[in-house]
Design a binder for this molecule. Structure first.
Ligand code: C2E
Ligand code: MG
Ligand code: MG
Ligand code: MG
Length: 285
């Protein structure tokens, strides 16, 4: 196509491509060692149970505070980490830090409060690396965190791209006592039938469905179907991206189990989450 459009267009394309590649390589170099320089850190987004509106845990989300560019979103740098293999280093650092934080916020809770879970995102490459289960086990042991308090989020697409391997790995993780959730559920077109073969504890309904649940009858139908089907299989349903009270009320009415989103709480620093965890924890409703 570039050739047909002429030489100048071709030059333009190749220059733009070179710049994109250079930016990527640059980002990759900067990302190397970013954890050690203290530029990477985890923030926590509260997760609530809809039946009694209580705080039950948090999702750990990575932030990169670049010395020049400010905060860079994971949508940009996780991909770079994944492609370059840096995720093999950052992934275990994230797991270790999240388990450590979750063990620490246990102490701000009353003795009768139920323990809060931490939910950690694991990328497709980590799923393929042979020693994920061992890495998780070591992180739990070193942090002194009960396995039940750790949830691992894997994307639906990563799991279905290698179902046999994923299934045996998930079985191993779950035998440790860790819970496994499928993230961004509904976007991968895997269909509900996969849930019979892939052993998971929960699905997180993608926020693109939640966004339109009040306006778009198709999204409401899909969300309702996911909830019904998951429940019939004994699987927990989490809604992400709840931004409005109406969405929250509707999901509650449809018996969705858990929810997170800007309306309930933005991702926050460890200290802020620990303060929230120490309060009698009822959703802002
Ligand atoms: P995700 O796991 O689906 O995480 C949810 C994303 O939705 C987060 O974006 C969160 O900040 C955002 N979010 C939460 N509530 C709302 C809401 O009400 N409205 C909207 N519009 N967005 C909301 P974030 O933190 O930018 O992370 C993006 C993605 O990057 C994550 O998607 C996850 O796939 C990946 N990611 C983040 N941290 C890690 C990590 O430590 N390791 C790996 N492998 N991936 C990570
Ligand atoms: Mg997630
Ligand atoms: Mg998600
Ligand atoms: Mg729609």
């Amino acid at each position: 196509q570039a050739k047909v459009a002429g030489k100048n267009t071709y030059r333009f394309y190749s220059r733009a491509m070179n710049e994109a590649v250079e930016r990527r390589v640059h980002l990759e170099n900067e990302l190397r060692g970013a954890w050690e320089r203290g530029e990477l850190r985890l923030v926590y987004q509260p997760v609530y149970r809809l039946s009694d509106q209580r705080l039950v845990g948090a999702e750990a989300l990575l932030r990169w505070r670049h010395h020049e560019q400010g905060v860079i979103a994971p949508a940009v740098f996780i991909d770079v980490a994944e492609q370059s293999g840096l995720i093999d280093v950052i992934g275990p650092q994230v797991m270790r830090a999240a388990c450590g934080d979750a063990a620490r916020w246990r102490h701000v809770r009353g003795p009768d409060d139920e323990p809060l879970f931490v939910s950690v995102n694991v990328s497709p490459r980590q799923l393929r690396s042979g020693d994920l289960a061992r890495m998780v086990e070591a992180s739990l042991r070193d942090a002194g965190l009960a396995p039940e308090q750790l949830h691992i989020e894997l994307t639906e697409t990563a799991v279905i791209s290698d179902e046999a391997h994923a299934s045996s790995l998930l079985t191993r993780l779950r035998s440790l006592g860790v819970k496994v959730w499928l993230d961004d559920f509904g976007t991968g077109f895997s269909g509900l039938s996969h849930l019979r073969r892939v052993p998971v504890d929960g699905v997180k309904i993608d926020r693109s469905f939640v966004a339109d649940v009040l306006r778009d009858p198709d999204d409401l139908a899909l969300t309702t179907a996911i909830i019904a089907m998951a429940h019939s299989l004994g699987i927990t349903v989490v809604a992400e991206g709840v931004e409005k009270e109406g969405q929250y009320a509707l999901l509650r009415e449809r018996r969705c189990d858990l929810a997170q989103g800007f309306w309930l709480g933005h991702p926050m620093e460890f200290d802020e989450f620990a303060a929230l965890a120490s309060e009698p924890a009822v959703a802002p409703a």
